[in-house]
Design a protein around this ligand. Sequence first.
Ligand code: AHM
Ligand code: MG
Length: 338
Amino acid sequence: MERRPIGITVSRQIMDSQRMHPGATGELSGLLSELIVAAKVISAEVNMAGLADILGVSGKTNIQGEQVQKLDEFANNTIIRRMARCGYICVMTSEEEDDIIPVKEGYEGKYTLAFDPLDGSSNIDVNVNVGTIFSIHRRASQWRKGSREDLLKRGRDQVAAGYIIYGSSTIMVYTVGEGVHGFTLDPSVGEFFLSHPDIKMPEESKYISVNEGNHRYWSDEMRQYIDYLRQEDKASGRPYSARYIGSLVADFHRNLITGGIFLYPSDSKNPDKPHGKLRLLYEASPLAMIAEQAGGRAITDEGRTILDIEPGDLHQRVPLIIGSKIAVDEAEKFLLGL
Ligand code: AHM
Ligand code: MG
């Protein structure tokens, strides 16, 4: 049996898709390639995480005598350092940084990058999947140096979006608006190979992913909807099975492949966070683009389409309902009383 995947590498696929657009400059391809290198570096570090803990001295130094960084800090720094002088972007924003991140002077390009360097990082210590999420826009202004305004763009205007999930294997899923493709990293050759071509999210949902610990803080409509999913009705596939990892990228990825719905609605748990927990620019928006490109849907609990929201702040939170189309349609009916 053949052990190694022989097939299309992610770089080949990016170049092929560039060839379909004769006017393309290759900058987006270059940008994605740089991100992929950063992802490989992060993947290697995530795989070493358990080992670093075991071999590190008080968690401070590893066996080589180097500082052991927290992994989310490591992922953040890896992406910033790599992208700041890649020449394809003009400004960045990261979940880990309060303000915009400028690129190195003289290296400004025409794209912007928003990213969550290590989503679900609170799960690292227990060996649960984590991931990097990214969103790419074209710079709006003529101003070479990108600004906050260049980053505050609707998800609908993304030119590319994706994530890398560091799990039992490392998988990259991305879209440039022409379908969704998934690639699996073969660590022995250090390449991502096409493993999930043209992903289509099953229209019907098998799974419900939500933090039920927040039940008492939800709206009545939200509670009624969850109760409805628990009731038995073979024709509509209820009750749904519950699957909640607590790592958005991992919960989303499972639902993308198997069909499912993920919800992080508004709740009254913390008055400072009335709109749930997840961030628009680098969590909800990129995953919403992937969901729509794969035939799914992403809305807020007030029925607004995630991709159409005009952002007002780099780190704004948004209630998120995302997944299989029929399931999201049904959730919308409940929540809006339709
Ligand atoms: P993070 O970006 O700081 O890791 O936080 C986001 C994570 C998501 O991955 C996940 O869906 C959510 O937080 C889980 O939150 P909760 O523990 O409230 O269910
Ligand atoms: Mg996150």
